[in-house]
Design a protein around this ligand. Structure first.
Ligand code: GUN
Length: 280
């Protein structure tokens, strides 16, 4: 039986519409600063999409496009300025940064109350404890997709492939908070295929086109594809071999149109949350 496709575009539109209504209803003035350093084409696309989403939701966006040669001092000085700016509720520094800039140092400089990515150690710690204001955007988007399909995580075998700070680790934590039994796989995992085959919910966040094949997927599994890759023909694709896995899964997210739009929708939610925290 073919899997049902979870439509990330539709779910993200709904989340953004809720955010828009909330802002309109309460007459909130919300601002998001997006900082991009250098001219990575993928980062440019993401940043443009974030700006568009801000327009849809009624959030003011302030873009800072800095040259690749920007020094760490200059970038940190901009973060300081944005931290102090009352019109800026959220600050997002698009990653990856050029190699000469220390990402960790830059992230730690962002005020935790404006850290709408939830990358700051203070926010990561709160997520770990389960008492958080901001959810990390991509994992939160995955959870929203899982919920939208009416799937209950409690008691399920959940396998996350990938252990990045941005996706894998926080994803594991959110699944755990909903009482999933969680395994995190990575490049050193033995018998990766066997571990993945146990999964009721399989989350692929590897960054390699076609990494997850049908033989790694249990019949009826829910498959969430976080990957955004280009295949040999230059076509956008996820980490999952979509056609063959869709034959076995019960639910699957497509790429494009799955997790990607959700990340941005959750960013909008976090930005309104930032406004609320700052108004307390
Ligand atoms: N680069 C890839 N994904 C993200 C994200 O969610 N936030 C930021 N700041 N950079 C990214």
């Amino acid at each position: 039986m073919a899997a049902q496709i979870i439509d990330g575009k539709a779910v993200s539109a709904k989340v953004k519409e809720e955010v828009r209504q909330e802002i309109e209803r309460e007459g909130l003035e919300v601002g998001l600063a997006v900082v991009i350093v250098g001219d990575d084409p993928a980062s440019r696309v993401y940043v443009n999409n974030k700006k568009k989403a801000c327009e849809v939701c009624g959030i003011k966006s302030f873009e800072y496009a800095l040259p690749a040669e920007t020094t760490e001092e200059e970038l940190l000085a901009l973060v300081d300025t944005l931290n102090a700016d009352k019109n800026v509720n959220g600050i997002l520094v698009q990653l990856p940064l050029p190699k000469h800039l220390n990402e960790e140092k830059v992230i730690e400089r962002i005020s935790p109350m404006k850290d709408v990515d939830a990358f700051h150690a203070a926010n990561v710690g709160k997520i770990m404890i389960g008492n958080y204001a901001f959810l990390p955007c991509t994992p939160a988007g995955c959870m929203e997709l899982i919920h939208s399909a009416g799937i209950d995580v409690s008691g399920k075998e959940c396998v996350v492939i990938g252990r990045s700070n941005i996706v894998g680790k926080p994803m594991a934590m959110l699944l755990l908070h909903e009482n999933g039994t969680v395994t995190v796989c990575h490049s050193r995992t033995k018998d990766l295929k066997e571990v993945c085959r146990r999964a009721d919910i399989l989350v692929a966040a590897v960054g390699r086109a076609g990494f997850v094949t049908a033989d790694m997927v249990k019949d009826g599994a829910v498959v969430i594809d976080v990957g955004i890759n280009r295949n040999a023909e230059g076509k956008l694709c996820g980490d999952v071999c979509f056609d063959e896995v869709a034959e076995k899964a019960s639910y699957i997210t497509p790429v494009p149109g799955g997790v990607g739009p959700m990340t941005i929708a959750m960013l909008m939610k976090n930005t309104v949350m930032a406004k609320r925290i700052q108004s307390e």
